[in-house]
Design a protein around this ligand. Structure first.
Ligand SMILES: Cc1cc2nc3c(=O)[nH]c(=O)nc-3n(C[C@H](O)[C@H](O)[C@H](O)COP(=O)(O)OP(=O)(O)OC[C@H]3O[C@@H](n4cnc5c(N)ncnc54)[C@H](O)[C@@H]3O)c2cc1C
Length: 269
């Protein structure tokens, strides 16, 4: 609600990564509930230390609270902190989301020292005595290795395009493929570790200070659990497939029965 040169914000948002460390947040608000859902939103930069903004930890399966719930109770945001026009928040958000997807997917290109989670799997494989390795597991390792390399080069190519200044819907390819790959490769690492995978993990509550998307800095057990979130954060794999189908391949759009309906009238549970 607008109040002179300020806006009064009330609401709650779950799963805000590293909000406990943030000085500024990106806030998308519903300023006109009578507009359809992609309209009537306004985008702000919000000072996370301002009165009425409360950050509470949310604990994940890894034991960490890397993300948070943020509550805004009569928080005041100056109009000078608005990004874009009133009611145009969705357009601004799209740029944020494309950048987020490219940034998340971009992690799949590895570094000079490390190709990615496949290196941990190869290390575990090499530690298994040769007479205890199965041919089926060797095949699976090779398939994962090929997928890892294909992903790494695809991501590197996509990142170059994004660096040229225009992160497009193609960023969703890296986001989708790296999310699905990270889950598969860490599952296989856990399979190779067998019963050992169940021990040597510290589940105590922690508040990370950095973001580790593939989770590998905490070891393979941590990576296995952290990677579950990869196909949700920054847009789910189902949504990535919709974007790729519609915006990259030009396939017919999904039926959207509430596209023109006022947000206040959209059925919700
Ligand atoms: C680790 C982590 C960190 C996060 N960090 C942040 C953050 O910093 N800031 C932030 O704002 N958010 C953050 N999120 C939230 C995240 O962006 C959302 O959870 C995600 O975009 C999915 O939206 P949702 O939870 O509303 O799921 P919903 O949209 O409710 O989806 C629920 C299920 O329905 C499926 N679904 C929905 N619509 C369709 C469709 N049209 N077709 C097919 N399937 C569909 C989805 O794929 C999913 O399986 C984070 C999430 C995680 C897991």
């Amino acid at each position: 609600m607008r109040d002179g040169d300020e806006w009064i914000v009330n609401g709650q948002k779950v799963w805000n990564t590293l909000a406990h460390l943030a000085d500024w947040g990106m806030l998308v608000t519903r300023t006109d509930p009578e507009q359809p859902k992609h309209k009537g939103m306004t985008y702000f930069a919000i000072d996370m230390h301002s009165p009425g903004v409360e950050v509470r930890p949310l604990r994940q399966i890894t034991g960490e609270a890397e993300f948070n719930e943020v509550y805004m109770t009569d928080a005041r945001v100056p109009d000078s902190q608005r990004v874009g026009a009133v009611g145009e928040g969705w357009r601004v958000s799209l740029t944020t989301l494309m950048n987020e997807r490219t940034a998340i997917g971009g992690g799949g290109s590895g570094t000079a020292k490390r190709r990615g989670p496949i290196d941990d799997t190869i290390r575990i494989w090499n530690d298994i005595p040769a007479d205890q390795r199965s041919g089926a597991q060797r095949d699976k390792l090779m398939q994962l290795f090929c997928a890892s390399e294909a992903l790494r080069y695809t991501v590197a190519r996509g990142s170059q395009a994004a660096k040229a200044g225009n992160p497009g819907p193609e960023g969703s390819i890296a986001k989708l493929m790296s999310a699905e790959f990270n889950k598969k490769v860490t599952e296989f690492s856990i399979e190779l570790l067998g019963a050992d995978a169940l021990i040597n993990y510290d589940f105590s509550f922690r508040r990370p200070e950095t973001l580790d998307i593939d989770g590998s800095t905490g070891g393979v057990r941590h990576a296995f659990m952290r990677a579950r979130a990869n196909s949700i954060e920054g847009g789910t794999s189902e949504i990535m497939r919709n974007i790729l189908g519609e915006q990259v391949l030009g396939l017919p759009g999904e039926p959207r029965v509430d596209k023109e309906q006022a947000w206040s009238k959209v059925p919700r549970n």
